[in-house]
Design a protein around this ligand. Structure first.
Ligand SMILES: [Zn+2]
Length: 292
């Protein structure tokens, strides 16, 4: 389009904040980022009860700095600071929330960097369930960089009302070295700049006209306690999965289901289609905002 600057330059002065904001109409939100988009100051806000995010014009809100302690009773902060689960080993793998509240299933797809085209059959199956079928897509900057047309196709699926897509952050560079053990791989590689990994991906999502959700999925689902705290300090909820279909982990009610629709894991997509078509997927499919 003529006159539109390169997407990467649209979003500037991007900064993490934590502010309690009120609009003239009395709405209350928490702001977690400030930025300028095409020269207009915006805030990325979270509804502290529904966890829904929205980009708002900063000029329309009165904000003041707040703290995790001051917001501790909100659903959002409770999701950010879940009680310790004694049944869960302190493992590096599957970091974050792995099972959702209530029944049904939370379908999530990771778009790690890939040279293959998007697995559209997965999305067509979701769209066939009815309008606004919820799905969470954890997208990496590396995937967006190579898949402009696929990303536009997904955004159109959302705009047309076929899918209700929650955009989660799957890091910018998605560090990964083949055959290296988990404990020295992914974000545990030396030199990973967590802020850059988070913010550059959010900026890409915003530059494309979409809104980042509050969910973050670690590459490989691998993190240690320090990384978990780091992501939490940026007010993002780490998300694992208890039903990674390609690993043979079958969903049960409340499961967070994981597939890779980036072309790299056809086995998981096949399993997803089989579960959907045989009626074995717990229903209904639910939006990820309802999981914590
Ligand atoms: Zn990944």
């Amino acid at each position: 389009m003529p006159g539109v600057p390169p997407t990467r330059e649209r979003v500037r002065a991007y900064a993490p904040v934590f502010e309690s904001c009120a609009s003239e109409s009395g709405a209350a939100r928490l702001a977690i980022r400030r930025m300028s988009v095409d020269g207009t100051p915006l805030i990325l806000t979270v509804d502290p009860q529904s966890l829904q995010t929205s980009l708002e014009r900063a000029a329309c809100w009165r904000c003041q700095e707040t703290s995790d302690a001051a917001q501790a009773e909100t659903r959002y902060l409770k999701a950010l600071h879940p009680p310790q689960d004694p049944a869960r080993p302190p493992a590096l793998v599957n970091a974050g929330l792995i099972h959702g509240a209530g029944g049904g299933a939370f379908v999530t797809g990771d778009l790690c960097p890939s040279r293959k085209p998007l697995d559209r059959a997965f999305f067509e199956e979701l769209a066939a369930q009815g309008p606004r079928t919820p799905v969470m897509l954890a997208v990496s900057g590396g995937w967006i960089a190579r898949h402009g047309a696929d990303f536009a196709w997904l955004r159109e699926k959302a705009r047309s009302g076929a899918l209700d897509i929650a955009w989660a952050n799957h890091s910018f560079s998605h560090p990964y070295v083949r055959r290296l053990p988990d404990g020295r791989n992914y974000f545990l590689r030396p030199g990973v700049d967590v802020d850059r990994e988070i913010f550059e991906t959010e900026k890409l999502i915003i530059a494309q006209g979409e809104t980042p959700s509050v969910f973050f999925r670690f590459p490989g689902l691998v993190a240690d306690a320090a990384l978990l705290e780091n992501v939490r300090s940026r007010h993002l909820i780490a998300l694992g999965a208890d039903s990674w279909l390609a690993l043979g982990l079958r969903p049960r009610p409340g499961s967070i289901v994981l597939v890779h629709p980036n072309g790299n894991e056809p086995v998981g997509i096949k399993q997803f289609l089989r579960l959907m078509q045989s009626g074995a997927m717990p229903s209904p499919l639910r939006p990820i905002d309802e999981a914590p």
